[in-house]
Design a binder for this molecule. Structure first.
Ligand code: URA
Length: 268
C-alpha cells in the first residue's frame, strides 16, 4: 500500500500530522537511504525502508491486542480526565487504536483493541450474531424458569425485546471452577460471598446494548454484582493474563476470528 510520508509517520506514532511535517523538514527522514524533505512523498508500506534519525521505523498497518480489562477503567480511546483502556496498551505503535465494543466501568475481562474497523464492524454488527460469553454473579431470587425467560427475549425497556440469550446456572463455585478454573474469579467470589443468595451464571448474548446483561437480570428481579467477559466469537480470554495485562493476538486467533468475519489479513 502506498501512503503519504506524513500519514505514515503519524500512524507510526511520531506525532501529529503537523509535528511530523516539521520532522520531515528538519531532514531527519530517509527513505531507502535517501534524505526526504517533502512530506507528501509516497511510501510503499510493504517495501520501503524508512529511517527517523537513523532508526528504522517499525510500521504496522493493523495492530490487534487482547486486553484483560480491569474494573474501574473506562472503555474509551481517550478521555480528558480519566485513564482509559487505551492507556493500558503501553507498547502500541498506532495512534488510531480503539476498543471493539464497550464494557462497563465495573465489568472485567476480554477486550479486543485494534485499528481494524472492518473486523470491529463485523464482530459488533447485530446481523452477524457474534456470541459474547460472560460470567455474572447475581443477587436476588431467580425465577425457576430464568433460562427460558432469557432464551425467549426480555423486555428491558427498549423498543424491542432482547435477542435470545443462553443462560446456564452453576450450582456453586466448585462446579464453576471445574469448567473455568479461574482462581482470580474464585478469590473475587469469596470476597463477595457474605450474601448467601449469590448465584453464578454463564450468559451468552449476541447483542451489545447499553448495560444489557445488568438490565436483563433486573427485568427478572435480580441484580448483577460482578460481571466478567470471557469470550467474543472464537476469541477467549488468555488465562495467563491478569487484570490490566495484555498481549498481541496470535495469528491463529486472528484467523479464527476472520473465518466468521472476513477482514484484511493480519500483519503482526
Ligand atoms: N452487559 C452489561 O450490562 N455490562 C457490560 O459491561 C457488558 C454487557
Amino acid at each position: 500500500m502506498k501512503i503519504r510520508l506524513d500519514k505514515y509517520l503519524a500512524d507510526a506514532g511520531f506525532g501529529t500530522r503537523n509535528e511530523v511535517k516539521a520532522l520531515v523538514k528538519s531532514g531527519a527522514i530517509t527513505i531507502n537511504g535517501e534524505k526526504i524533505k517533502d512530506s507528501s512523498q509516497k511510501v510503499d508500506t510493504d517495501t520501503d525502508e524508512v529511517n527517523v534519525n537513523g532508526e528504522d521505523v517499525d510500521y504496522s498497518e493493523y495492530e490487534y491486542y487482547m486486553l484483560y480489562k480491569p474494573a474501574g477503567i473506562i472503555t474509551a480511546s481517550r478521555d480528558k480526565k480519566e485513564e482509559t483502556v487505551l492507556n493500558l496498551i503501553k507498547s502500541k505503535k498506532r495512534r488510531d487504536l480503539f476498543p471493539v465494543g464497550r464494557l462497563d466501568r465495573d465489568t472485567e475481562g476480554l477486550l479486543l483493541i485494534t485499528n481494524d474497523g472492518e473486523l470491529s464492524h463485523k464482530l459488533l454488527s447485530p446481523g452477524k450474531h457474534v456470541e459474547k460469553g460472560y460470567v455474572a454473579v447475581v443477587t436476588g431470587y431467580s425465577p425457576d424458569d430464568i433460562e427460558a425467560l432469557f432464551e425467549n427475549g426480555l423486555d428491558i425497556g427498549d423498543e424491542k425485546p432482547t435477542k435470545p440469550a443462553k443462560l446456564r446456572r452453576f450450582s456453586d463455585l466448585e462446579e464453576f471452577m471445574t469448567e473455568y478454573d479461574d482462581s482470580y474469579f474464585a478469590e473475587k467470589f469469596s470476597k463477595l460471598k457474605e450474601d448467601e443468595s449469590l448465584t453464578i451464571y454463564e450468559i451468552k448474548i449476541t447483542e451489545g446494548r447499553y448495560h444489557e446483561i445488568k438490565r436483563m437480570f433486573e427485568a427478572v428481579g435480580c441484580s448483577v454484582v460482578y460481571l466478567k467477559r470471557y469470550s467474543m466469537g472464537s476469541l477467549t480470554l488468555d488465562p495467563e493474563l491478569k487484570p490490566g495485562e495484555y498481549r498481541k493476538l496470535k495469528i491463529d486467533e486472528y484467523k479464527k476470528l476472520k473465518t466468521t468475519c472476513t477482514a484484511p489479513f493480519l500483519v503482526i
